[in-house]
Design a protein. Structure first.
Length: 395
């Protein structure tokens, strides 16, 4: 599907101050949350979320998170018009805002491998490797199928096929996508650094049924890119990402939606204004996210903005998703590289149950602490950059 629109017509959606080229595009997507403001039972955090809601920033419910914005170019979202997909997105919002617990998480982050070929200085995996606290492991296809089989029977709607590893290193990745899609998973996505790909693999991925692919690139100059993406070669990665786009065009495919992402840090922030121009012809979405010291181990100040505390924060992830790490630990948070809030273990050789873990005592206690504004009592949550600062009261 060719995009004939010129690049200067890109639409920018900013989470902190939403502006839209066409306000009619909001319609039912926004009205659901605006109506919340009429309720006396909703606190200010939820009201702010309602005010800042849009389908474009709904992926991470960024009205409750740190700064996040998307430049939209040609979003291929016809699949999002399906009734079952719309039902899923409404439930995704309801669970977060109203703290509704479903029988099974709507979304799973499935780390199909914990191995990565890069050593990015801001990445929690890099810090854990340096400390000798990281285990490289590949998830077996049989384990993945067991996860999907349990999940789709109980309401699983979406999966992300990575966490801190580079998914393309799992030789069964294409089969995993095909299997999940064949079982009815509505939204399948993965993040990649873009370095581990060739034309044959790109074509297989495009034909597999993958809905979204997010390339994490971070810079448009060789010097800065190779300082951030250590062990990667700038020219090689750029050509591979462009090749992926060209093959999708050649196949006349509308999926996967291609997103190219930049983590804004002191090292690269001056390039942000040119990032969308550099990649605009090869992406459906271009995304900027703020740097986060996700595991608290990065000793370098990379922040571009002053963090603000939000003591009333209740993390929506606790009602929406879980993470299955390649090593088997199931964690409450996809950012928890240190596995400080491990809920249980998943093993294909024993009667492991993700349903039991999701409905277990440990996760329920965490939800209660968040609802009662005591998330600071959870080691993995206190100081989380999604809240921009330490949330423990000063007195």
């Amino acid at each position: 599907m060719k995009n004939k629109k010129s690049h200067h017509k890109l639409k920018v959606i900013k989470n902190e101050d939403l502006t839209f080229d066409n306000k009619n595009s909001l319609d039912s997507e926004l009205s659901f949350f605006l109506n919340m403001k009429k309720s006396d039972t909703k606190d200010k955090v939820q009201e702010d979320f309602a005010k800042n809601y849009s389908e474009e920033n709904d992926d991470e419910l960024n009205g409750l998170y740190a700064h996040y914005n998307i430049v939209k170019k040609n979003l291929n979202t016809s699949y999002r018009q399906l009734p079952e997909y719309k039902e899923y997105r409404k439930l995704w919002r309801d669970t977060a805002v109203n703290h509704i617990k479903t029988e099974f998480p709507l979304h799973l982050d499935i780390e199909v491998t914990s191995y990565c070929n890069l050593a990015c200085p801001m990445c929690p995996r890099t810090h854990r490797v340096q400390l000798g606290q990281w285990q490289n492991k590949m998830m077996k296809l049989t384990t993945f199928k067991k996860i999907i089989d349990e999940g789709v029977k109980k309401g699983l709607r979406a999966i992300n096929l990575n966490n801190f590893g580079e998914s393309f290193y799992n030789k069964n990745l294409v089969q995993m996508i095909e299997y999940a899609k064949s079982k009815g998973v509505l939204d399948i996505m993965l993040h990649t650094n873009g370095t581990v790909m060739n034309e044959e693999l790109a074509e297989q991925i495009i034909k597999s049924g993958l809905d979204r692919i997010i390339f994490s690139l971070d810079s448009i100059t060789k010097e800065i890119y190779e300082k951030i993406r250590i062990n990667a070669k700038f020219e090689d990665t750029v050509e591979k990402v462009k090749t992926f786009y060209r093959i999708r065009e050649k196949l006349h495919a509308y999926k996967p939606v291609i997103r190219i992402s930049m983590v804004r840090m002191k090292e690269n922030d001056h390039e942000a204004k040119d990032f969308e121009n550099f990649w605009g012809s090869y992406a459906d979405e271009i995304t900027y996210t703020d740097y986060r010291n996700q595991d608290g181990l990065d000793k370098v100040d990379r922040y571009t903005k002053t963090r603000k505390e939000n003591k009333s924060y209740a993390c929506p992830a606790l009602w929406q998703r879980m993470t299955i790490n390649a090593t088997g630990e199931v964690t409450a948070c996809c950012r928890d590289a240190g596995k400080r809030l491990t809920l249980g273990n998943f093993d294909e050789n024993i009667s492991s149950s993700l349903t039991d873990i999701w409905n277990g005592k440990k996760l329920e206690e965490s939800r209660n602490l968040h609802q009662n504004k005591k998330a600071y009592l959870i080691d993995a949550c206190n100081g989380c950059d999604h809240i921009r600062g330490t949330i423990k009261p000063k007195n």
